[in-house]
Design a protein around this ligand. Structure first.
Ligand code: SIN
Length: 541
């Protein structure tokens, strides 16, 4: 089946939904969700959106905080552009009906939260359910827009590319699997946008939802787009440590409201750092990791019991009720927490209009690398970046769509070249288990603390797993799960490649072999281009 759109949007988090709404009055939009329309990373975002709205705050302060967090790699032009657009983005969301939490004494002003690395209160939020609230307002608009068709449970497989009128290859849509029917569609478009979010599922412990398997990144890489800075994986310092719930975030806003990190003896972990518990995430996650290794404990604790119980219940209703359902009353007991993979700071290289290095292909949100986050993202800058880049990419895409013709796919279009889709045989279970294996060695060898030796071990293990996956794809029918496994292996490879070339420690990349920051040689992005040469003997590109 072939479907034709002006704009094809892959991914239904805040970036994809906002983009779709921006362009929908200018043409037909198809938007794809791998699971349900709201099963996204955005939906889990608790903290909020950073924007300068406080009376004592200035855009310059937000710019400086972002640059400081980024460890020397954030791009100044991007930072200024994104920060400057923040207040307008918040106004637009309010106009769409997003109910941000207001100040008790000034109902017309938003209550401003605080998170690590911010010099001022500037986190606009809806209690501790900001992502969910924004997502549901945007999703409702999407479902009611006559020009937008939403497809849920459709997995994108690979990008389509055709020669344009000048003989140049251009991305013209995607091969897409209708998971329920097992059918492959070609969805063609004048402009294709990747808004597929992150890849936290490449690690054993993550705050991300199950769908975060880096599909967009893997597809873009296979299609020849440049990617950058994938060594900078952000580990959120405080994921709930509980046997029944693995990926539940305890928002940094809890520390913003006075929560303190303590070890099992009650000693504050961040006491020696000038910014204390509100230091940047790379610093806090490393401090927790060091403390856990020193004490041999499985976790540390986040203690907010000194704040009035009514305050905690009102400010953090989701965290309070979720923990209570597990038998933990956070108003009376410290919360057991561990760091977990949270955010991919690098991604597909884009310019300030969201255009990738492949004509016809845009990328926005977590999957893209705009230069905003550098070596470590400042808290709550991600939803902001997604909104601003959706706005900018939308404006550019409307112009571009007017200048190109609909793709002329040869009919019948060739079947997806990536593999034979169908019923995976029973042996496929061994390949899906490779996913656990990848997640485990990525956690152990490519986690918060790395070394050349650990990276080499990870590369060797990955080489074996990849060979098995490739062999399976050559010989058997595959299904959606296997497509995700293969994408995760690509993401793992890109992270290992990037981490191995950065022979220094900076931001979220900490190496025991290269513990110092080296501005002379490494104050630059790590750009990867496909095809890439073998990195370690035996590790194929
Ligand atoms: C949090 O609420 O701690 C997460 C916010 C973010 O990742 O920016």
């Amino acid at each position: 089946m072939i479907q034709k759109f002006d704009y094809l949007v892959i991914g239904s988090g805040i970036a994809g939904l906002s983009f779709a709404l921006k362009v929908a009055d200018h043409g037909r939009v198809g938007i794809l969700a791998k699971r349900s329309l709201t099963d996204t990373n955005t939906n889990l975002a608790q903290g909020g959106i950073a924007a300068v709205l406080g009376q004592d705050d200035l855009l310059e302060y937000h710019v400086l905080d972002t640059l400081a967090s980024g460890g020397g790699l954030s791009r100044l032009e991007t930072v200024k552009t994104v920060v400057a657009a923040g207040p307008r983005m918040i106004r637009e969301l309010k106009d769409l009906g997003v109910p941000f939490t207001a100040q008790v004494d000034h109902p017309d002003r938003p209550e401003l939260g605080r998170e690590g690395g911010h010099s001022h209160r500037r986190i606009i939020h809806s209690k501790d359910m900001t992502g969910q609230t924004v997502q549901s307002v945007l999703a409702e608009r999407i479902l009611n827009h006559p020009n937008i068709t939403a497809f849920d449970h459709f997995l994108s497989l690979d990008l389509l590319q055709e020669k344009d009128a000048n003989g140049q290859m251009r991305v013209t849509g995607a091969w897409v699997l209708d998971i329920a029917q097992g059918e492959v569609w070609a969805m063609t478009a004048k402009v294709t946008v990747l808004a597929t979010g992150g890849s936290g599922k490449v690690y054993l412990y993550t705050t991300n939802p199950d769908g975060a398997s880096g599909d967009g990144l893997a597809m873009a890489w296979r299609a020849g787009a440049d990617v950058a800075n994938l060594e900078f994986v952000q580990f959120h310092p405080t994921c709930l440590f509980h046997p029944q719930l693995h990926n539940f975030l305890i928002s940094e806003a809890v520390r913003g409201e006075g929560g303190r990190l303590i070890n099992s003896e009650g000693v504050p972990i961040m006491k020696d750092h000038p910014q204390g518990d509100l230091a940047c995430r790379d610093v806090v996650a490393l401090a927790i990791d060091t403390e856990m290794k020193r004490s041999g404990a499985d976790n540390v604790f986040l203690d907010i019991t000194h704040r009035p119980a009514d305050f905690t219940r009102d400010r953090f209703p989701k965290i309070y009720s979720t923990c209570l359902s597990l038998g933990l009353d956070i108003t009376r007991q410290p919360i057991p927490v561990v760091p977990a993979a949270h955010y991919q700071c690098g991604g597909i290289v884009v310019n300030l209009d969201g255009q990738t290095t492949r004509p016809g292909l845009y990328a926005i949100g977590e999957v893209a690398c705009t230069g905003l986050h550098g070596a470590n993202r400042l808290a709550s800058n991600s939803l902001l970046e997604a909104l601003v880049m959706a706005d900018r990419a939308g404006a550019q895409a409307v112009i571009e769509a007017q200048t190109v013709d609909y793709p002329q796919l040869a009919e019948p279009y060739s079947p997806w070249p990536g593999g034979r889709l169908g019923h995976a045989p029973a042996e496929a279970v061994l390949i899906t288990q490779s996913w656990d294996e990848i997640r485990r060695f990525m956690w152990n060898y490519v986690g918060i603390v790395r070394s050349d030796q650990r990276l080499t071990m990870a590369a060797k293990r990955l080489e074996l797993v990849k060979a098995e996956i490739d062999d399976f794809f050559r010989n058997f029918e595959v299904d959606a799960d296997l497509v995700e496994v293969r994408n995760i292996a690509v993401v793992a490879e890109l992270i290992i490649r990037s981490a191995s070339t950065r022979r220094e420690s900076r931001g979220l990349h900490f190496s025991l072999t290269w513990p110092k920051q080296d501005d002379v040689n490494f104050k630059r992005d790590t750009i990867l281009r496909n095809p890439a040469p073998p990195l370690f003997p035996g590790l194929s590109a």
